[in-house]
Design a protein around this ligand. Structure first.
Ligand SMILES: C[S@@+](CC[C@H](N)C(=O)[O-])C[C@H]1O[C@@H](n2cnc3c(N)ncnc32)[C@H](O)[C@@H]1O
Length: 385
């Protein structure tokens, strides 16, 4: 599936027409760069459950991470309903039109195209807004695009612009020399699904937590225990509670505010009773939990940016790997998000405790940590300290 990453990105010419030429409804998803394959799998799985076909999935259609275009077969309303239930995405758009911007007359072309284009949600809209994402070097700004497109839509539909309170959110996005027009189905990002009482800056986005759970290869009916030893605000555990009804969920954090906050967040989501949380240092996991207790450990330890600036990371990772190995069941899976990739990789290789199944990179809040999917080697011997 990841072979789709090698698609020629559409930046100009005929590419945009071919990309949008479709027999079935098209949808455009945004997510964290690095999660495109997770979105593809979730989409295929959800479409299959409701009996809708999937004709095409194009990851990074414009060459940028975090974007996926899908073409479905079946009822558009049903496909949109599935799209709005996706856990791995931030926003869902309906792309309808694309064209190449002529050098020197980019804004003029945008105005003319928008004035001629029929946009379904605009037919009934009293108020609308235009949203633009612009990537590439241009002599005009995103605000210029919004102003020109907005004026064209006012001329065509005679309704008012309202940036806060709108019935239709028209997308006019610019990718290098290509303009993509459509509308946004999501009002609020689907990733903002948790009612967070406690929101530290280092908290993961919910779609990343969903991706980590998928990479742990847990089946929807998975049973057994899962641990997040650096649980922070509890994002991974709360996502797990909502996706995996059969898992027993445990977390710890050495900061009492995080433990209290994770508890409050879980309660606000109605899953407080599913989580067993404690304040503890993850470097001592083997004194907290029985050996072989967990079938999976999914976690993101401090990156050394906001937390752990003074840590000796070589030693820290070595300790964590040893402790996690001890409390994992034979062939248990560990999925760990680490910012200091080289140091981690060295500690991993030196430990000899895990087989590396996958290594990925995911954008989380403008940093690009590695995600390592590891399997416990039951026969390994941890080094004696
Ligand atoms: C990157 S944050 C985790 C964020 C979490 N995934 C979330 O979504 O909120 C790292 C967490 O590790 C905790 N931490 C740092 N050192 C620790 C240690 N030795 N043992 C346990 N927790 C630790 C910090 O208090 C912080 O809450």
């Amino acid at each position: 599936m990841d072979a789709n990453d090698t698609n020629e990105p559409v930046t100009a010419g005929q590419g945009i027409a071919a990309l949008l030429a479709s027999a079935g409804p098209l949808l455009f998803f945004t997510t964290n760069p690095g999660l495109e394959g997770v979105v593809e799998r979730e989409w295929m799985m959800r479409a299959e459950v409701v009996g809708c076909g999937v004709k095409r999935v194009v990851k990074k259609p414009f060459g940028y991470g975090g974007q996926i275009l899908v073409e479905g077969a079946g009822d558009r309303a049903a496909l949109e309903e599935i799209a709005l239930s996706m856990r791995s995405v931030h926003h869902v758009q309906v792309p309808v039109h694309g064209f190449v911007l002529p050098a020197g007359d980019e804004l003029g072309r945008i105005g003319r195209e928008l004035e001629e284009l029929a946009l379904e949600p605009m037919e009934a809209a009293g108020r609308f807004r235009v949203t633009t994402r612009r990537t590439g070097e241009h002599a005009f700004s995103s605000m210029d695009v919004q102003r020109v497109a907005g004026a064209a839509l006012v001329r065509r539909y005679g309704c008012a612009v309202d940036l806060q309170c709108f019935d239709a959110n028209v997308r006019v996005d610019i990718y290098e020399q290509v303009c993509l027009v459509g509308w946004q189905l999501t009002e609020r990002a689907l990733s903002k699904r948790f009612h967070r009482v406690f929101q530290p800056r280092a908290a993961l986005k919910a779609p990343v937590a969903y991706g980590l759970l998928q990479w742990a290869r847990l089946a929807p009916d998975a049973a057994g225990s899962l641990l997040d030893p650096f649980c922070g605000s509890g994002t991974i555990l709360i996502e797990a509670a909502q996706v995996y009804p059969g898992l027993e969920l445990h977390g710890c954090d050495k900061d009492d505010r995080a433990v209290q906050g994770a508890r409050a967040n879980a309660e606000a989501e109605g899953v407080g009773g599913r989580l067993e949380l404690r304040r503890a240092d993850a470097r001592g996991l083997s004194s907290l939990y029985a050996a072989g207790r967990f079938r999976a450990i999914i976690t993101n330890p401090p990156y050394g940016i906001r937390f752990g600036q003074h840590l000796n990371f070589a030693r820290f990772y070595r300790d964590i790997l040893r402790e996690c190995w001890t409390v994992l069941a034979d062939e248990g899976i560990m999925v760990v998000v680490v910012f200091k990739r080289k140091v981690f990789y060295r500690a991993l290789m030196q430990s000899g405790l895990f087989k590396m199944l996958e290594e990925r990179v995911v954008e989380t809040g403008d940093v690009y940590p590695g995600v390592y999917v590891l399997e416990k080697i039951a026969a390994a011997q941890p080094a004696i300290e």
